[in-house]
Design a protein around this ligand. Sequence first.
Ligand SMILES: [Zn+2]
Length: 193
Amino acid sequence: MYPKKFQNLIDQFSSLPSIGPKLAERLVLSLYKKESEVSVQFARALSELHNITTCSRCYNIAEDELCAICRDDSRDRTTLCIVEEPLDIIPIERSRSYTGNYHVLLGTLKGTDAGHLTIPALLTRIDTDNVQEVILATNFTTEGDVTALYIKNLLTDKNVRITRLVRGLATGSDIEYADDLTLQSALTNRTQM
Ligand SMILES: [Zn+2]
């Protein structure tokens, strides 16, 4: 039996995905064997995890008013990639096949209700940034497809090219879990809606 303080931390690690009790045990023991300063830094990083904010322009996760992508002036602001959640941006960035900006919807359509989505801000950006292309990169799920179609219909009177990632991604799949090559091809071969 481990001391209660060990067991408590083992239980915390075990609650994470892919970490079983055995691995949790190894992690805790390895932390215990290191200098106590390592644990202090680890705890500090954990406690600061939710100390973040939302980008006021694109609704990505940000540490300041604007996220790192919106602050980067070398990126093309006339192309917007529309995603459901901030974490969807990470695999697209990792694929290194996109240099435009993003807009995070913060969800999908619920029935016909879009009140919780960041669509008003999207419409404003399309006008103020003179956006030329909107890439709908919502997930290939029923909700993602319905949301993409809803946005497409909203944009019909705007002079903007509307594209969707190609379905190299399997139906029902989340952008968040797509690999680099699949995303590169999905972006390069995106089709007009
Ligand atoms: Zn941003």
